[in-house]
Write a protein that binds this ligand. Structure first.
Ligand code: KIV
Ligand code: ZN
Length: 437
């Protein structure tokens, strides 16, 4: 096991995060069109990007990272299309990514010409491994790259505003691979960037803290965020943004804990598409909030619509057990689960808090029907069949009949090799008891 060592970060003491519970939604940023897109075998075309853009707007995203316009013609053209065809609603801000390199920053502002409001997101990497092995630069040199990048971003913004006075720019800086950077050094670099931009509480900049590669546990990441926030001079002049990836499968947990540690804003993608194991899944985090009675400030109530668009443009099928929206996540196969669900659903009043065993939320809230809640298969007990017959066909079976009919339903499921449809179940019931409709 000597091959792997814990991530080298400063030895932070365990911290007292300011919050124990989330009470409101963070500011959401969709990076589907950038981070999500750059991870696809077949990156999206302009038309596909437009399709997803419209869906993201409809769902209520107020900031959307639309691409890396200096990186390719498609990215540039898509940004132009949004601006030239006036496709950006008044209350939506586009965000564009760029490295801290002058010609790329210049090209980025060309793509943004005439925009009303945009976040210009500049980054350079700060982690130990990248400094030492990729860039072969000292801490001072990496910090100077960040300062220089910030200066170009500011100067080209001034030039762009002279050409187009309607344009407002918000500046965002990411110390890429923040979680693998010494946290005190990340503070130092961000402070230097702020010294260039001179943000104020009224006009804050954004400091985005990425777990570019998730390499530590969620609590350690949150410790880093908490330390960063506590030590950042002029914290009131910066929005603290979080950008986690899912290498250890904990991107959502890390983001949630980072919010508890004081972050304001979350970048992620729908269903977690993104580099390698993906970005933080906004759907899961938003629904986690929803299930605790917090308004996620995103409309996720129609997954059949937005999932179809995401699946079409990414060509990635959503796993059937994906949290909150997978095809079978409101399905109970086991008899004891079905029995418990049936009892709870029959007792559930419309005006009381949701209290149904095995169903963390009302499936209707995400456009799912009760029909999908219970399926009868060879493992089902009496309750599943009884529930379906009552809910869908108005047949209220007395207990003795439930017990009597259960083996018939199970035998049918075994014969059909799995799940039986509700219609087949109903017909089997009629035939078995020689009934007619
Ligand atoms: O994961 C990452 O670090 C990024 C940055 C460019 C923000 O995507
Ligand atoms: Zn990323």
């Amino acid at each position: 096991f000597a091959k792997y060592q814990p991530t080298v970060t400063p030895d932070l003491p365990d911290r007292q995060w300011p919050n124990q519970r989330l009470v409101k939604a963070p500011l959401w940023v969709s990076v589907d069109l950038r981070d999500g897109n750059q991870a696809l075998a077949n990156p999206m075309t302009v038309e596909q990007k437009l399709k997803l853009w419209h869906e993201l707007v409809k769902m209520g995203f107020k900031t959307i990272e639309v691409g890396f316009p200096s990186a390719s013609q498609v990215e540039f053209d898509f940004t132009r299309r949004l601006i030239e065809e006036n496709l950006i609603p008044e209350d939506v801000t586009i965000q564009v990514l760029v490295q801290a390199r002058e010609h790329l920053i210049k090209r980025t502002y060309e793509a943004l010409q005439g925009v009303k409001q945009a976040v210009v997101h500049v980054y350079n990497t700060t982690s130990i491994v990248q400094r030492e092995r990729v860039f072969e630069k000292s801490k001072a040199e990496i910090k100077a790259m960040a300062e220089q990048g910030a200066l170009w971003v500011k100067n080209y913004a001034q030039a762009a505003q002279q050409q187009s006075p309607v344009s407002q720019f918000i500046f965002q800086y990411s110390p890429e691979s923040f979680s693998q950077t010494e946290t005190a050094y990340a503070v130092e670099v961000c402070e230097a960037v702020m010294d260039v931009w001179l943000p104020t509480p009224e006009n804050p900049c954004i400091l985005n803290l990425p777990a570019t590669v998730e390499s530590t546990s969620p609590n350690r990441f949150a410790d880093q965020v908490e330390y960063f926030i506590r030590h950042l001079p002029n914290r009131a002049s910066a929005l603290i943004s979080i950008h986690t990836h899912n290498d250890r499968g904990c991107a959502v947990a890390a983001a949630e804990l980072a919010l508890l540690a004081g972050a304001d804003r979350i970048e992620g993608t729908l269903l977690g598409n993104g580099e390698r194991t993906g970005n933080m899944d906004i759907v899961t985090l938003a629904m986690n909030l929803y299930s605790e009675g917090i308004d996620p400030e995103l409309n996720l109530s129609n997954p059949d619509e937005w999932m179809a668009v995401v699946e079409e443009v990414t060509q990635i099928k959503t796993h059937m057990r994906h949290p909150w929206v997978g095809e079978v996540v409101y399905t109970a196969y086991s008899g004891s689960h079905q029995d418990a669900i049936r009892k709870c659903l029959l007792k559930q009043q419309a005006d009381e808090p949701w209290q149904v065993a095995y169903l963390p939320i009302d499936p209707k809230d995400v456009g799912r029907d009760y029909e999908a809640v219970i399926r009868v298969n060879s493992q089902s007990g009496k309750a599943g069949a009884a529930f379906v017959l009552e809910q869908e066909y108005g047949l209220k079976l007395p207990k003795w009949l439930q017990i009597d009919f259960a083996p018939v339903a199970q035998a049918l499921a075994e014969k059909q090799g799995g799940v039986i449809s509700h219609k087949n179940l109903y017909q089997a019931f009629l035939i078995h008891y020689a009934l007619t409709e």
